[in-house]
Design a protein around this ligand. Structure first.
Ligand code: ZN
Length: 61
């Protein structure tokens, strides 16, 4: 079963590079490919643990 976006019910996800205001670092937002609602953030420089946490959150780990 695919993870579904709580906003538009979409099942496609994408990574978007963002630099939030007040942050010196860039992040990857995991967001719905359809409505662009972010559901998680991946550290730009050290992705492994964050990626695991997000996969767990998405239920694909
Ligand atoms: Zn969506």
């Amino acid at each position: 079963m695919s993870s579904r976006c709580g906003h538009c019910n979409g099942t496609k996800w994408e990574l978007a590079e963002e630099s939030p205001d007040g942050s010196r670092y860039k992040f990857y937002f995991v967001r719905c490919a359809k409505c662009k609602v972010p559901i998680g953030v991946v550290d730009y420089y050290d992705t492994h643990d964050e990626l695991k946490a997000i996969k767990k959150h998405l239920g694909i780990l």
